[in-house]
Design a protein around this ligand. Structure first.
Ligand code: ZN
Length: 204
């Protein structure tokens, strides 16, 4: 999606409706800065606010996402393209979230292991040894919990039997046996257990 084009389109529709950025912001219950960021293409309106925004601008969501008015004939094709673009963006966001998981888990596990190693093999008072080891474990466990949260929220798990894709609860994700990101869980649709793979989108 072309954010700059969308931004310019929002600005021109807003002016057509005779609203300043401040007035539009106030009606939507957000800051002027947010409106200014859309109009300069720095960010996109949240999906939660899009319908209301389109209502005020007298356009539809499809036009908003295209950054221009669309004639009726071209509408279906455009709707499809926009839907695909939105899906790609969600997919990309999920991929990035899974990427950050590695960045927080690896350094933590390594520094935790170094701490345990140092505590075990260097001369130091017993209390310091205990503090170091306890600290290392608390740190690793805390980060592991955060990481499971990221994995649970990014993307979906796919049932090997019926290929249903879904987002399991945090505890179900956390307690499931896993090899890397593949987890052994029960499918909420068909009820069968299988090794479920992480996938980035709801459909293929
Ligand atoms: Zn299933």
């Amino acid at each position: 999606m072309d954010q700059i084009k969308i931004g310019k389109f929002i600005a021109s529709c807003r002016k057509e409706q005779g609203m300043t950025q401040a007035v539009l912001a106030e009606r939507l219950g957000i800051s002027d800065r947010a409106v200014s960021k859309w109009e300069t293409g720095k960010s996109m309106p949240d999906s939660g606010i899009m319908l209301e925004l389109c209502d005020f601008l007298k356009i539809n969501v499809n036009e908003l996402l295209s950054g221009e008015r669309i004639m009726a004939e071209a509408y279906d094709k455009r709707a499809e393209e926009n839907l695909l673009a939105m899906r790609r963006e969600v997919e990309e966001k999920n991929r990035q979230m899974l990427g950050t998981e590695y960045w927080i888990v690896f350094p933590t596990v390594i520094s935790g292991l170094v701490m345990v190693f140092v505590a075990s093999f260097t001369e130091m008072p017993v209390w310091l040894r205990i503090v170091l080891i306890v600290f290392a474990f608390v740190m690793i466990f805390t980060v592991a919990f955060i990481a499971v949260g990221i994995v649970q929220k990014a993307g979906y798990y796919e049932c090997q039997h019926c290929h249903h894709r879904y987002v399991p609860t945090y505890w179900k994700t956390n307690l499931a046996m896993h090899i890397g990101r593949t987890r052994y869980m029960k499918c909420p649709k068909c009820g069968k257990k299988s090794w479920q793979k992480k996938v980035l989108t709801k459909e293929d």
